[in-house]
Design a binder for this molecule. Sequence first.
Ligand code: RP5
Length: 164
Amino acid sequence: MAETRVAILMGSKNDWDVMKPAADALERLQLGYEARVISAHRTPERLVAFIEGAEARGVRVFICGAGGAAHLAGVTAAHTLLPVLGVPIASSELGSGLDALLATVQMPGGIPVATLAIGKAGAKNAALLAAEILAVSDPDLRARLAKLREEQAAAIPEEPLAKG
Ligand code: RP5
């Protein structure tokens, strides 16, 4: 695996299905990552310990996915100057993930969290946004991102009933 550049944190192992598209996208872009189950509520010491060692291990961007009263991205952002990308997850009895979206996106001024869409699209885009952040100072990664965009466009049929 490539050297670590990104950390993918999630509040529960039950969040992995939603967060896996982030890992898939990072792998496609040959970006190394660490994925961990860390809850801001249930394992707060684990969160602080992970963040304290992350930058020395190569982490430059955090992706945090959580559901319900989703504090993981905000608490992570409070402990680091690295960019934090938040992915709201639909997991509570409210169902849609709107609770997690609001909890993640409505950060008070002073501690920023860049919030993506609810669910798998948000997880995938968080990885792509992390790559774009890193590509500012990595021309090879920028080229891989450009190739991915080209492949994505080429895979979209012009005809709605086209096979494939
Ligand atoms: C959040 O609570 C997690 O991110 C998860 O989405 C949600 C429910 O967690 P589990 O009860 O399924 O472990 O902290």
